[in-house]
Design a protein around this ligand. Structure first.
Ligand SMILES: Cc1cc2nc3c(=O)[nH]c(=O)nc-3n(C[C@H](O)[C@H](O)[C@H](O)COP(=O)(O)OP(=O)(O)OC[C@H]3O[C@@H](n4cnc5c(N)ncnc54)[C@H](O)[C@@H]3O)c2cc1C
Length: 212
């Protein structure tokens, strides 16, 4: 998977929002240590968390499975624009069929788990889908036999309050391995001066033990 940060709100915007409440604009240091401490104190420690909603991030997330997508879509406090299988399945239709051993070729279209039995079954499902497409069945009907491992991508926009919730839930040891990987990739893509707002929400325990 690949996560690219396309856009983010600079920290002084959140500091300005907080300072609006007390009209203390003259105390701002333009997003420096004073403003950073203020955002953490008011937004996190005082739980005046609505002030964190002024910080918004837009990510371009590529190469995740549709299995992960349906979990990501449960996070209602975010906006998603997802690659449509209705309009894009021709990319698979025009490819050559994949041999059961062609993990590298198939991985252009599906997320592999590293479990050989599962990955072979996924390649079979991919080839079955391709047969349906090559037989001229429309995308709107063919998409009903898409395997969950089929790769997708999306533009995802989320505010800091919701991102803290997402990172806490999805970096947890009990989260699905692929969404856990996504949580780390999103954290890593954040601007360096924003990361301190999320450190307490990221759980790295056993992070290397996952699949794929
Ligand atoms: C380990 C794990 C296992 C899971 N297993 C399942 C499962 O088996 N089946 C399943 O269906 N889901 C499952 N989920 C998904 C889970 O139920 C949530 O839908 C998902 O994690 C999104 O969390 P959220 O509602 O906090 O986030 P968001 O939807 O982004 O909401 C953010 C916050 O806004 C507030 N909020 C949003 N909507 C409402 C509302 N209607 N009323 C009150 N407050 C609201 C809440 O404070 C919420 O935390 C699982 C999640 C995890 C992490």
């Amino acid at each position: 998977m690949k996560v690219t940060l396309l856009h983010h709100t600079p920290l002084p915007v959140a500091a300005h929002a907080i300072r609006t409440c007390w009209q203390s604009f003259d105390k701002s240091d333009g997003g420096g240590p004073k403003d950073q401490e203020l955002i953490d104190r008011v937004g996190n420690k005082y739980k005046h968390a609505s002030t964190l909603e002024h910080l918004v991030y837009t990510f371009y997330i590529q190469g995740i499975s549709r299995a992960l997508l349906q979990e990501l879509a449960r996070h209602r406090m975010a906006s998603l624009s997802v690659k449509s299988t209705r309009y894009t399945l021709k990319e698979l239709k025009n490819a050559e069929p994949f041999s059961e051993e062609d993990f590298e070729g198939a991985s252009r279209y599906i997320v592999l788990t590293g479990n050989e039995m599962v990955d072979r079954a996924s390649i079979k499902a991919l080839n079955e889908l391709q047969k349906v497409l090559k037989a001229g069945i429309s995308n709107d009907i063919a998409k009903y036999c898409l395997p969950e491992c089929y790769k997708t991508e999306l533009t995802w926009t989320i505010n800091a309050r919701s991102l803290q919730n997402f990172l806490a839930l999805r970096s947890s040891k009990s989260a699905l391995w692929e969404i856990r990987k996504l949580a780390y990739a999103i954290f890593d893509a954040l601007p360096e001066d924003h990361k301190y707002l999320y450190e307490d929400y990221i759980n790295r325990e056993g992070a290397d033990a996952g699949h794929g």
